[in-house]
Write a protein that binds this ligand. Structure first.
Ligand SMILES: C[S@@+](CC[C@H](N)C(=O)[O-])C[C@H]1O[C@@H](n2cnc3c(N)ncnc32)[C@H](O)[C@@H]1O
Length: 366
């Protein structure tokens, strides 16, 4: 069984709790098993796991060779596509609205961590009415040309009130929604008439061409902290990230920094995975690797998953003085036995061991 098939199988087993408010409470674990599927014998599973570990380690070692290293560092993928960015932004916005944010007004100053290949998520926010967008990325991979192409396509999507691209088109994007219709109740005709007014769209496009600092700042490569970010203290309405906080080396420091950026009443919205990505056979196989093996399989990459489980994020958010409002978890049956966990992860709670992703939203108390 190849890695792709392994991912398909584990994806089929995940289930999401679609009520963000309820999901703040005790998690609901919904084990699902494919009817009629006979699990392969234990010895075959063990051989398969070891073979994949060997392949992952070989790939990790190969990233130290300059040509391979250059390929794996090349692009993050995802935000190089306008429909992807449109889908990601609208999902964060819809979940925020359901959580009680964005009722009277939409966020005006947005900061994004790890936008990747374009500012697309921030551009979508600007086209919904935001006035300023600040991007921070540890790798500078967004390009001016791509940003402009994505901006033009996003204008078309908003003008058409296109539905939110869903799992058929982007099976891996989370959070999953109950409904992918365009959110007319949130992005009302009046709101969009103002935010998409031709003069405003032309002004934003010019600002993007010149990277006008009154609208855009792009801090990349960003090591965390520094003057650019301290300039944001108390100035941000919403911080957003998609598949980024799982890479933060200093989780406590990065959440504390974001708390400092937010205005009182401002909120953060992060979608993140706790999975092994492509580094192990099982979805949570990364928690079975020793630190040395993890370094070997992840190799020479600009950013590597920090392997922090769900509870570590919640603790860091609360330590930063933020109030958790939404914790929209995806639960999966654990694919590894507790006995196989690396010593560092041997005390993982059952909830952590079975939480594979979350969309987390937290507010800075007024
Ligand atoms: C998997 S990509 C996701 C990119 C984009 N958000 C998307 O959805 O396509 C992770 C991004 O996070 C950035 N990143 C990783 N660690 C970071 C950190 N500590 N601070 C800021 N950006 C970071 C990477 O450079 C990369 O652009």
């Amino acid at each position: 069984m190849g890695l792709t098939m392994a991912r398909e199988l584990t994806r089929e087993k995940e289930r999401i709790d679609l009520n963000p408010r309820e999901a703040v409470g005790p998690p609901r674990i919904i084990p699902t098993h494919r009817e009629g599927r006979v699990a392969p014998p234990r010895v075959l599973r063990s051989l398969h796991r070891r073979a994949l570990m060997f392949v992952c380690a070989a790939k990790g070692v190969a990233t130290h060779l300059p040509p391979v290293g250059a390929i794996v560092q090349r692009r993050s993928r995802g935000s190089d596509d306008a429909r992807y960015c449109y889908s990601v932004w609208l999902r964060h916005l819809v979940v925020a609205h359901r959580s009680g944010f964005c009722r009277k007004s939409l966020p005006s100053t947005i900061a994004e961590l790890g936008p990747g290949d374009s500012f697309g998520v921030g551009l979508a926010a600007l086209l919904c009415g935001a006035e300023r967008y600040h991007a921070f990325d540890c790798v500078a991979s967004a390009s001016a040309e791509r940003n402009l192409a994505i901006f033009d396509r996003l204008v078309e999507l908003f003008e058409a009130r296109a539905n939110i691209p869903g799992p058929d088109e982007f099976p891996l994007i989370k959070p999953l929604l109950e409904n992918y219709a365009f959110p007319h109740d949130l992005l009302t005709p009046e709101r969009l008439a103002q935010s998409l007014a031709p003069a405003r769209v032309a002004r934003l496009r010019r600002a993007l061409e010149t990277l006008d600092e009154s609208v855009f700042t792009y801090c990349a490569p960003w090591p965390g902290g520094g003057a650019a970010s301290s300039g944001l203290a108390g100035a941000v309405d919403m911080i957003v990230s998609q598949a980024v906080m799982l890479y933060a080396d200093d989780l406590v420091g990065l959440y504390a920094e974001q708390a400092a950026w937010l205005k009182p009443g401002g909120f953060m919205s992060h979608q993140l995975e706790f999975t092994a990505l492509n580094f192990a056979a099982e979805w949570n196989g990364h928690w079975t690797y020793s630190d040395a093996l993890w370094r070997l399989v992840t190799g020479n990459r600009s950013y590597v998953p920090n392997r922090a489980p769900h509870s570590a994020h919640v603790e860091a958010i609360e330590a930063a003085g933020l109030h958790l409002v939404t914790d929209w978890k995806v639960m999966r049956p654990s694919a590894v036995k507790r006995a196989h966990l690396a010593p560092r992860f041997s005390a993982l709670s059952r909830a952590d061991l079975t939480t594979s992703a979350t969309c987390i939203q937290a507010v800075k108390p007024p």
